[in-house]
Write a protein that binds this ligand. Structure first.
Ligand SMILES: [Zn+2]
Length: 441
């Protein structure tokens, strides 16, 4: 049975003294990182060979002290430098754009097995010989059993101290059939649409989109407020401007966390549904290379905000733990082909797909999911007879500012049973998403 590595980010509950020590450790690690860069720069100027090898570096830094960093913590910085160096070198050889490591003021510090101890929420971290160990309190218990935890990393996330807890999680042995193939369509409105046989799952991302909308409106308002206070080039910003900028960063981080959380929830729903339907292989339409296609400012922003890399990554990660294989295929043409008569169909405008050749109707994202499944051997699907609807994320507590338009529309609607005023009726619009697809589940 294999294992997969999983990481969870957990906030910290710290006293002011603990906060100071944590920051000092990050600064010390940043100093080590900068030193490694400087040593190599100096060697490069002299025409000497730069040091890249981890063992060679370890010999080089023997006996060096950096604040309260323990020798193993210092070596963890060296290890990451060495890895970054080799990655850059190999990418450069392959002709890809790559940069050598750059200086960072604060650098994450990592503790491996046996250099830290964790007891529910109490975390003890070893420090340099002669200094007391650092004890910190986690904001929540790690989501993994203690014996699976392999390393902890102290880092800064949007101005706040946090730890990444990494665990080796064994792959669950479940009753899934690798021959049962499901198709997955990644989307903006519905993060995931899944089809297998005559069954389908549609995860709605309305809450994520509402969150995106509100965040965009807030960011714009904040930017308007900030721009007159922005410093000129080479000038130090005012205290007020720096405060605003810190607020902006915090809001960005909060938004990112909310979207990521909702996407994880959506991916979890997909995997649970797949397990329930004994799907052992998921074929995912890979939308790689669709940004920068010159589709206009608005569409580009939508694609950027979609965070599909995370959507794909979350699904792959959760599938790995469940022992489900994920295959990526090119999704081109999958939303404009009829899965019943296999003819090309003009791309539907709304969510409803209707084939002009055979009259087949269905939800656009599920049509795409069926076509994606068909791209893999054994991925034959039938006409969908049952659709499970699920939601991901919580709708924001505040209201979307666009909602007032809907309110006005509703006010001008006639009451049920009353004759419709010209052009207005209570009949659901067939092209409006979800009003026609009742929530069966
Ligand atoms: Zn057709």
């Amino acid at each position: 049975m294999g294992v997969v590595f999983r990481t969870a980010r957990i906030g910290l509950r710290l006293t002011p003294a603990q906060t100071r020590r944590c920051f000092a450790l990050l600064v010390a690690a940043g100093d080590v990182w900068a030193t490694l860069i400087e040593v190599n720069e100096a060697r490069f100027r002299r025409g000497a060979r730069p040091i890249a090898n981890y063992q060679e570096w370890c010999r080089e830094i023997a006996g060096v002290r950096a604040g309260e960093l323990s020798v193993t913590a210092m070596r963890s910085v060296v290890r990451r430098y060495s890895d970054a160096f080799f990655t850059t070198a190999s990418r450069k050889r392959a002709g890809e754009p790559a940069r050598y490591p750059r200086r960072r003021r604060l650098f994450p510090v990592r503790w491996y097995h046996e250099t830290f101890s964790l007891d529910s929420r109490r975390l003890r971290l070893s420090t340099a010989r002669g200094s007391p160990e650092l004890r910190v309190r986690l904001a929540r218990e790690p989501p993994y059993p203690l014996e699976q935890i392999r390393s902890v990393t102290l880092l800064i996330d949007a101005g706040r101290l946090a730890v990444d807890v990494t665990a080796a999680v064994p792959v669950r042995s479940l009753d899934v059939d690798p021959q049962r193939v499901g198709g997955v369509d990644l989307g903006i409105i519905h993060p995931y649409g899944v089809a297998v046989d005559d069954q389908a799952l549609l995860v709605s991302g309305r809450a994520i989109r509402a969150e995106e909308r509100l965040h965009l409106a807030d960011s714009k308002a904040r930017a308007r407020h900030m721009s007159p206070k922005a410093p000129r080039r080479g000038q130090r910003g005012s205290r007020r401007w720096r405060k605003l900028r810190a607020k902006q960063r915090q809001a960005e981080a909060l938004h990112r966390r909310r979207v990521h959380q909702a996407q994880h929830q959506a991916a979890k729903t997909v995997i649970e549904w797949a397990i329930e339907h004994r799907v052992g292989t998921l074929v995912v339409g890979d939308p790689q290379g669709i940004t920068h296609a010159g589709k206009g400012k608005k569409q580009n922003w939508r694609l950027h905000a979609w965070r599909r890399t995370h959507l794909m990554g979350a699904l792959i990660d959760k599938a790995a733990v469940a022992g489900i294989r994920v295959v990526r295929v090119d999704e081109r043409g999958t939303s404009s082909t009829c899965p019943e008569c296999h003819q090309r169909v003009p791309k539907p405008k709304g969510r409803q797909f209707t084939c002009p050749h055979c009259g087949h109707r269905g939800h656009r994202d599920l049509i795409a999911a069926r076509n994606i499944a068909g791209l893999h051997a054994g991925g034959t699907t039938n006409t969908t007879v049952f659709v499970t609807h699920r939601r991901a994320g919580h709708p924001p507590a505040r209201r979307d500012r666009r909602r007032h338009k809907m309110d006005q529309q509703r006010q001008s609607c006639p009451a049920p049973g009353r004759p419709a005023v010209d052009g207005e009726s209570l009949e659901p619009n067939p092209f409006e998403d979800q009003t026609t697809t009742p929530n069966i589940a």
